[in-house]
Write a protein that binds this ligand. Structure first.
Ligand code: PHE
Length: 338
């Protein structure tokens, strides 16, 4: 067992299965968002919590935050109608029960208003509207810093204008990434399983394509901004991009897929580095009480951290993930959580 603690409880109000996985508190209390999503079986939600919480340990360590990794997953039965407020109270109670070894935040399916409800039951929650609020825009700022580092490494210039990006997923974070890239005059393709996001894409002069077309688009950078598990032995041969970098968590189905990307000459930026902006912002504001300038510097440092990782990887001829694993082992004493 890699995790310190895994709890699954049927919410007393809703009967829904809530899992909190605490991967590590070696660096500090575990942090990680609350994911609210349909799963075929509640056990699939537990598996997701295990992987996502382990990735959070890596994310916090690479970002240099005094936090460990954790995650909450509420596995909704497909098509189930539920009382959101009651469910969030159930989540809040479970987090409170853990007594501060884990603090939650927003993730796929939840946002700042949900954090306020969880906050009715526990103080161990980030990103309430009256605290640091919506983290998705800050995640996107970190993604832009990462994309500059990727372009610098792959194309010799950090400039984003005129570069072609395919954004897969226009949720909270993907939408902000779209907006920021459009303001840099990048050429954009975008896709989402939710057809209602098309208007947003077109407002930013992005060509609307199907998720499959987006995945295999001939672009400079593919930007995964939806759910994880996108990069597999089956999907990697379909890619026609030069690089992949985006905010989706757990983009690889298994770590070995990093090697497949490497062999195809596709530069993949590890998601634990690229996606850290939201967590960094919330922690810097709410826990470290930093000034806006300090917080901003931390977000932009994502580009420097990633740049150093990519340079080392290029110099030694290994996939960037190998460098991240090494960094975690050497500098942070974290044994490859990815
Ligand atoms: N969903 C965020 C992530 O994956 C988690 C998070 C954001 C946690 C903000 C706390 C604060 O990194």
């Amino acid at each position: 067992m890699d995790h310190e603690l895994v709890v699954t409880r049927r919410g007393p109000r809703t009967g829904l299965p809530i899992t909190v996985a605490v991967h590590s508190t070696a660096r500090g209390p575990a942090a990680g968002g609350c994911r609210l999503k349909e799963y075929p079986h509640w056990r699939d939600g537990v598996s997701d919590a295990l992987r996502l919480s382990a990735a959070m340990t890596g994310k916090c360590a690479i970002a240099g935050l005094p936090l460990g990794g954790g995650k909450t997953v509420v596995a909704l039965p497909p098509g189930h109608v539920f009382d959101r407020h009651e469910l969030l109270l159930d989540v809040g109670d479970l987090i409170e029960f853990l007594g501060g070894q884990y603090a939650t935040g927003p993730d796929v399916g939840t946002g700042p208003d949900d954090m306020a409800v969880i906050g009715e039951r526990t103080a161990h929650v980030f990103c309430r509207p009256d605290a640091s609020g919506d983290s998705s825009q800050h995640t996107a700022v970190g993604v832009i810093a990462a994309l500059r580092a990727v372009c610098e490494q792959r194309f010799g210039s950090p400039a984003l204008d005129g570069r072609r990006f395919a954004i897969l997923g226009l949720g909270r974070v993907g939408g902000h990434v779209l907006r920021l890239l459009a303001s840099e005059n990048a050429h954009l393709l975008a896709a989402d399983v939710d057809e209602s996001r098309r208007a947003l894409a077109e407002r930013h002069r992005a060509a609307w394509v199907s998720p499959q077309q987006c995945l295999s688009a001939q672009v400079d950078v593919l930007v995964p901004a939806a759910l994880g598990g996108l990069l597999t032995a089956a999907s990697v041969p379909q890619l026609r991009c030069a690089a992949v970098a985006g905010p989706a968590n757990n983009q690889l189905d298994v770590p070995a897929t990093a090697q497949l990307l490497h062999e195809r000459g596709i530069l993949w930026a590890p998601d634990v580095v690229v996606s850290a902006g939201g967590l960094i912002h919330a922690t810097a504001v709410e826990l470290l009480h930093e000034t806006p300038a300090q917080v901003d510097a931390r977000l932009h440092a994502i580009g420097d951290t990633l740049g150093a990782i990519l340079t080392t990887a290029a110099g030694t001829g290994v996939p960037p993930l190998t460098v991240v694993d090494q960094l975690l082992a050497d500098e942070h004493g974290v044994e490859s959580p990815l």
